[in-house]
Each structure stands twice: as structure tokens, then as C-alpha cells.
Design a protein around this ligand. Structure first.
Ligand code: AMP
Ligand code: TRP
Length: 334
């Protein structure tokens, strides 16, 4: 790894179907960062088990997501690509960070409150601890930048606070990370309710475009997408539904919002929605083909994961050793 370059770290949970929101808000931005930064991209399987999973499905989703990262532009010859549970230091650092995290601050996390409401029968310690594990993910690699969607800003703030708290208590140890939230696409909305985010766990299938949806399904979902009261294709706070579709169109077609507004001036929503669907299909279809090809090449994926875990563990072990020394653990005799 190049020591002068800054470090980028990000991850997605291998839970359920990866959405167009995950892609436009996060994964799509990862590839272009690879030349400028030392990048580490992680499939965060340990985060996934904070809500109940079927083991065989989790295993499949994890490998599918590894393939998806590559299909979306993560180049394993440039970036470290690995699975969280392959690097034991994540859980180990999490424990130490737990001892400087306050129940009050974790209890206030928006995502914890939402998930507690949604999974009222399974409000487990892991669910509450989720943001501390995320902080461990980030801080282990002395990360400078964390490209994520808007919904992760609060978790990032906690990671920054924990880094500063540890540094203050035990002396300078961690880089304090910054979020990298892109202006466009950082909060893609539900197609059925443009005031709430497009979410993996939405029970209404029509609300969510999965990256795995076939072209007909994508076209049908956009056709059924809710719209705003007038019939003008225009971006604006008073038009959340059309603004969301314009954002999706702009990010997938490469046209600016203004160009798109001009293109669809005087045309109805029907024409516009079909064009949005076409633009999304044109982006998603080659990703699906490449992902399918990669999933069939298990030996290649395994070689990527082996190298990725080794690369990650080298850095993680160094940070953890430093942390253990600072808190006063006796070094292991080797
Ligand atoms: P998750 O699905 O919670 O594992 O999220 C993985 C990444 O996708 C994170 O960086 C999220 O911020 C991002 N993300 C999830 N949903 C959306 C959305 N609707 N719009 C933009 N980014 C999103
Ligand atoms: N919590 C993130 C999400 O749900 C996923 C995640 C876990 C992550 N660890 C991370 C993202 C570290 C960035 C950096 O979207």
C-alpha cells in the first residue's frame, strides 16, 4: 500500500437484496476512488446477523455481494476486497471501543430506534452495538474517508467521537475519519413514498429497485412509481417523487438534471418514466451479467478474498497491537 495516499474504507451488509439506492448512494462511487486513494472495501457480514438471518442465505448473499462489488467497478488489483468476519480484529477492536461508548449515545441512534421498532421481538445487544462495530471497521485501518449514503452520517459521527475520545484518553492513536457523502444520489427514495428512503427491508416490492431485477420488472416498477400532482417533469422540493426519478435518471444516463428537464419538457410522466427505466436497465444489465460470470468463478473470488483478508489483517493487526498497548494489556509472548 502506498503510504502517502489517504485511506478509504466502506462496506455494505450482505442482507437481502442490494438496491439501486445502495448502488447510487454508495457502491457506484467506490471504483473512481481507487487511483487516488488506498481503498478497502468490505462485505460486513458481522453487521448482518444483528437481525436474524438464514445461514445458507447469508453465505450466498455474502459471495454474491463480493462479486457485485467487482462487477460495479471495485478492482481487486487496486483495492483490498474482503469479508469482515475473515479479519478477527474487527470484533476485538469493537470490544475495546465498547468500553468507551455510552449506552445513552447508542440508545439515541436513529437506525437503532428504527430497527428496534421493526424487530421488536429481537432487540439484541448486537443491534445496539452495531455502530460501535462500524466504528471499529473504520478506525482499524486509520481511515481518512468513508464514502457512504446520507443515512450513515450519524454512525460516522459516532466513529469520529470514539476516535477522539480514545485519543484523548490514551494519547494519539486513531485517524479521525471524514464522511464522503456525494451531493447527488446520497438519499434515493422509495418509489412508493418519496419521503422515505429506498430500503432493502421495505415489504412493498414496488417501492424498491433491486440490482437483481430483470428489465421487465424494472420497467413495471417505474411505471407504477408514484408521481406528484401536476404533470411537469421538474426538480424541486415541492415535487419529491419526480425529483427522485430525475436524480435516478441523471445518475444513470449521465445527463444533468437541467438537460433532463429540457428533454422531457411538455411530455407526460409516462414517457419520462419509461426513459428512467431504460437508463437504469442500461446500467444494471451489464452489472448483472458480470456478476453472474464472477459468481460462476468461485476459485477467482476465493483468491481475491484470501489476498484481501491478508492485506486487511496486516493493517488491522498493527492498529490493534497499538490499541492493546495503550490500554495496558500485556503483549503476547511470540
Ligand atoms: P446498507 O444497505 O444499510 O448496508 O447500506 C449500504 C450503503 O448504501 C450505505 O453507504 C448506505 O448509506 C447506502 N444506502 C442505503 N440505502 C440508500 C438509499 N436509499 N440512498 C442512498 N444510499 C443508500
Ligand atoms: N452501517 C453501514 C450501512 O448499513 C454498513 C457499514 C458497516 C459500513 N461498517 C461500515 C459503512 C464501515 C462504511 C464503513 O450502510
Amino acid at each position: 500500500m502506498d503510504a502517502i495516499k489517504k485511506t478509504v474504507f466502506s462496506g455494505v451488509q450482505p442482507t437481502g437484496k442490494i438496491t439501486l439506492g445502495n448502488y447510487l448512494g454508495a457502491i457506484r462511487n467506490w471504483g473512481p476512488l481507487q487511483d487516488q486513494y488506498n481503498c478497502l472495501y468490505c462485505v460486513v457480514d458481522m453487521h448482518s446477523i444483528t437481525v436474524s438471518q438464514v445461514a445458507a442465505e447469508l453465505r450466498k448473499n455474502t459471495m454474491d455481494l463480493v462479486a457485485l462489488y467487482i462487477a460495479c467497478g471495485v478492482d481487486p488489483t487496486k483495492s483490498g476486497l474482503f469479508i469482515q468476519s475473515h479479519v478477527p480484529q474487527h470484533a476485538e477492536l469493537c470490544w475495546v471501543l465498547d468500553t468507551i461508548s455510552y449506552i445513552g449515545e447508542l440508545n439515541r441512534m436513529t437506525q437503532f430506534k428504527e430497527k428496534s421498532r421493526k424487530h421488536a421481538d429481537n432487540i439484541n445487544m448486537g443491534l445496539m452495538n452495531y455502530p460501535v462495530l462500524m466504528a471499529a471497521d473504520i478506525l482499524l485501518y486509520q481511515t481518512d474517508l468513508v464514502p457512504v449514503g446520507k443515512d450513515q452520517i450519524q454512525h460516522l459521527e459516532l466513529a469520529r467521537n470514539l476516535a477522539e475520545r480514545f485519543n484523548n484518553r490514551y494519547s494519539e492513536t486513531f485517524v479521525v475519519p471524514e464522511g464522503l457523502v456525494f451531493k447527488q444520489g446520497s438519499s434515493i427514495k422509495s418509489l412508493q413514498d418519496p419521503l422515505s428512503k429506498m430500503s432493502k427491508s421495505d415489504p412493498n416490492e414496488n417501492a424498491v429497485i433491486s440490482l437483481m431485477d430483470d428489465p421487465d420488472t424494472i420497467a413495471r416498477k417505474f411505471k407504477r412509481a408514484v408521481t406528484d400532482s401536476d404533470t411537469v417533469v421538474r426538480f424541486g422540493e415541492d415535487k419529491p417523487a419526480i425529483s427522485n426519478l430525475l436524480t435516478i435518471y441523471s445518475l444513470t444516463s449521465g445527463e444533468t438534471i437541467e438537460q433532463a428537464e429540457q428533454r422531457f419538457a411538455g411530455q407526460g410522466y409516462g414517457v419520462f418514466k419509461q426513459a428512467v427505466a431504460d437508463a437504469v436497465i442500461a446500467v444494471v444489465k451489464p452489472i448483472q451479467d458480470e456478476q453472474r460470470r464472477l459468481i460462476a468463478d468461485k476459485a477467482y473470488l476465493e483468491s481475491v478474498l484470501k489476498a484481501g483478508a491478508e492485506q486487511a489483517e496486516r493493517i488491522a493487526a498493527k492498529t490493534l497491537a497499538k490499541v492493546y498497548r495503550k490500554v495496558g494489556f500485556v503483549p503476547k509472548i511470540r
